[in-house]
Design a protein around this ligand. Sequence first.
Ligand SMILES: [Cu+2]
Length: 297
Amino acid sequence: MQGVSSYSGIVDGAFWYILGISAVLLVGITIVMIWFAFRYSVKRNPNPAQIHGSVALETLWTVIPTLLVLSMFWYGWTGFKRMRDVPQEAMLVKVTARMWSWSFEYPDGRRSQELVVPVGRPVRLELLSKDVLHSFFVPAFRLKEDAVPGRTNHAWFQADKAGSYDLLCAEYCGDQHSKMLGTVRVLPDADYATWQANPPAMVTGPELLAAKGCTTCHSQDGSRMVGPSFKGLMGRKEMVVQTDGESEVTVDEAYLRRSILEPKAQVVKGFDPVMPEQRDLLSDEELDEIIKVLQGL
Ligand SMILES: [Cu+2]
């Protein structure tokens, strides 16, 4: 696919340059090898002359490969520098990765499930992870950077063509890794201004469960997924594991609220404590709405 970021040309250039040299070497060495095996076989040369050293040859096959490798390094290094030097005027977006979704936060406090940016303007990303290693990967931008728990990584891009581009997680992060997909929407300036000026109406009802990634791990039909099913949730009695042992709880609003905000406090027995805390990921209204939806299921 055609690259659409300001540095995708450099990345592609380095890729084709290295691939080209590798291909020439592969074909060249193979041809010479086959030719030598034929030309210098014992059958044709029953009494071969021995050669001891050749300064000219040895210099040649040291200097040429060194220059080739250095040129590959130079090509890669200049591109890498370009990708690491964030332009001063870049706008900031905070990216939060968690099992198994992406969310974005803008300097004005706005949160979004997809990354929306204006065309032709540099965007600085601050990458965080709530749980395990993830990797923010937008193939069309030639951009890939890890999101590491406990530290903030950065990356930047400038998309030069409006459109919708796929965002993937490129670091295996658990069994729903392949569903950790997102979208980067690059809008013309006017459309971006409109988007910015109009906060979206909150998603309500069961769609909110999907929008917040709940249904990636919790089924609604009773089948077992990563977490307990939502089916028949309210009033169900569950054995839970907590720091001081096990106990039985009846699922009510208070338990749901706590399990969403601090999922590791009381984990239903038989399930792994893998759900990330949703404290910074949900607004109060969204939390109330999710509980309402769960109560209604
Ligand atoms: Cu991931």
